[in-house]
Design a binder for this molecule. Structure first.
Ligand code: HEC
Length: 137
C-alpha cells in the first residue's frame, strides 16, 4: 500500500469516528434537556387553588398563614394586608388585568410571599400552578 492510500484511510476513519462521537454527544444533550423539561408538568389549576388556600404554621403573632391572609380567599375581590391593613388589589386576572404583566414584580412577590407564608421558597411547579389558577379566575 502506498503511503498516500494509508494517509487517506486514516483520514476517513478519523472522519467517521469524529462524526459518530459528536452525534452521540448531541443525543445525550437532547436526553438531558428532555429530562429537565419533563420534571415541570402542565400547570394544575386545582393544585394552585389548594396551595393558595392551604394553611401554614408561622412563628409569633401570625401563627396561621396562607396566601389568603392578605389576598383573601375570593381572589376576584380586594384583599387586605394582615399586618398593615392596607388594601390589595384583586389577584384574579379578570378583575385586575395588571396582574402577571411584569415578570420582575411577579418574581419579587412570589419570593417574598412564599417565604413569609410557607417559610420557604415556592418551587417552579408551585408558582406555575398558582399563576395558572389566578389567571383562570
Ligand atoms: C403578608 C401579606 C401577604 C401574603 C400573606 C401574601 N401576599 Fe402576595 N402580595 C402582597 C403584597 C403587599 C403584594 C404587592 C401589592 C400588589 O401587587 O397589589 C403582593 C403581590 C403578589 C404577587 C404579584 C402579582 C402581580 O403580578 O402583580 C404575587 C404573584 C403574589 N403576591 C403571590 C402570593 C402568594 C402565592 C402568596 C401565598 C404563598 C401570597 N402572595 C401571600 C402581600 C401578601
Amino acid at each position: 500500500m502506498s503511503k498516500q492510500i494509508i494517509l487517506k484511510r486514516i483520514f476517513f476513519v478519523s472522519l467517521i469516528i469524529g462524526c459518530s462521537t459528536s452525534l452521540m454527544a448531541s443525543n445525550i444533550d437532547n436526553e438531558v434537556t428532555k429530562e429537565a423539561s419533563n420534571q415541570i408538568k402542565q400547570p394544575n389549576l386545582a393544585k394552585g387553588k389548594q396551595l393558595w388556600q392551604q394553611k401554614f404554621i408561622g412563628k409569633k403573632t401570625y401563627a396561621e398563614r396562607s396566601c389568603t391572609s392578605c389576598h383573601g380567599a375570593n381572589v376576584a375581590l380586594m384583599g387586605k394586608h394582615i399586618k398593615t391593613n392596607k388594601q390589595i388589589k384583586p389577584m384574579a386576572l379578570s378583575s385586575n388585568p395588571q396582574r402577571f404583566t411584569k415578570k420582575t414584580k411577579v418574581d419579587k412577590w412570589f419570593l417574598r410571599n412564599c417565604k413569609w407564608t410557607m417559610g420557604r421558597k415556592c418551587t417552579q411547579q408551585e408558582k406555575n400552578d398558582i399563576t395558572a389558577y389566578l389567571k383562570s379566575q
